[in-house]
Design a protein around this ligand. Structure first.
Ligand SMILES: NC(=O)C1=CN([C@@H]2O[C@H](COP(=O)(O)OP(=O)(O)OC[C@H]3O[C@@H](n4cnc5c(N)ncnc54)[C@H](OP(=O)(O)O)[C@@H]3O)[C@@H](O)[C@H]2O)C=CC1
Ligand SMILES: Nc1nc2c(c(=O)[nH]1)N=C([C@H](O)[C@@H](O)CO)CN2
Length: 234
């Protein structure tokens, strides 16, 4: 079996799309999920190894790393996709801040350190899923944005530390896919934020992922996938 690509938080939406697309191309894939659902058995039947993991605690992160080390001698890539898009809380601002930093920064930091020795093939990649808002901040999701900015900075540190054997890059999306409960008004307002004014869908991220995996040279970079939102100026 070829060295697998590991995608965290891939039992739904962007991660699920990428996991299935890679698997259908014949690439071995391992995913993490936090909450079990019937889809997990379907994915296992498709040949995707699904590992339960909650990155809100250091022990949960370490358990995931230990399971990967016990099952695999080599990994092709590690994609940090797991994420919680939490609004800031007035009731417990510190708890949300800690939760955002735990999943978006501490978990990738610990997993990269633990799993770098397994990223030992001719081509090896770490890819961080960040967010356009690392560039401009957010008034309602400050903790989320700050944690994604921390992840962006970890991209540069790990690129320097792990070169030339491992490439480390980020993908920085703006709107990719709405959530089911997003209101029509929110959707209309959000579509207007980019120049392209579309909800592009998961394939945009899969295309960017393959672009980075196929490169022999790009490292320490953040690839924006944002529909020109940075130029949508008043
Ligand atoms: N969707 C979009 O438009 C945009 C997405 N992005 C980024 O792209 C990536 C993919 O986005 P999307 O598909 O919407 O992501 P989701 O919001 O669907 O989250 C992906 C998964 O992360 C898992 N997760 C959340 N918290 C934890 C945790 N503490 N421990 C372990 N797993 C956890 C969840 O697992 P479970 O369901 O099993 O609990 C969830 O399925 C994310 O990093 C996101 O921040 C950035 C900008 C726009
Ligand atoms: N983990 C998640 N992060 C983000 C999501 C999401 O659904 N899950 N969604 C967004 C928005 O689409 C935003 O980019 C536009 O309003 C941001 N991050």
């Amino acid at each position: 079996m070829t060295a697998p690509i590991v995608i965290t938080g891939a039992a739904q939406r962007v991660g699920l799309y990428c996991a299935r697309a890679l698997n259908q191309q014949g690439q071995s894939v391992v995913i993490s999920y936090r909450r079990h659902r019937p889809l997990i058995e379907e994915l296992e039947a498709e040949g995707i190894h699904c590992i339960q993991a909650d990155f809100s605690s250091e022990s949960g992160v370490n358990a995931f790393a230990d399971t990967l080390k016990a099952n695999y001698g080599s990994l092709r890539a590690l994609v940090h996709n797991a994420s919680d898009w939490h609004a800031d809380s007035d009731d417990n601002p510190g708890q949300v801040f800690e939760a955002m930093m735990a999943v978006h920064a501490k978990a990738p930091f610990l997993l990269n350190r633990a799993l770098a020795p397994l990223l030992n093939g001719d081509k090896a990649d770490i890819i961080h899923m960040t967010d356009f808002v690392t560039q401009i901040g957010s008034t309602k999701n400050m903790a989320y944005a700050a944690s994604k900015a921390a992840l962006e900075n970890l991209t540069y540190s790990f690129a320097r530390k792990l070169a030339p054997s491992i490439k480390v890059n980020a993908i920085a999306p703006a709107l990719i896919i709405f959530n089911e409960d997003d209101s029509p008004a929110y959707r209309q307002k959000t579509l207007k934020k980019s120049l392209m004014e579309i909800e592009p869908g998961e394939k945009e991220i899969f295309n960017s992922l393959c672009f980075l995996l196929d490169s022999d040279y790009i490292t320490g970079r953040s690839i924006p996938v944002d529909g020109g939102r940075h130029l949508n100026l008043p």
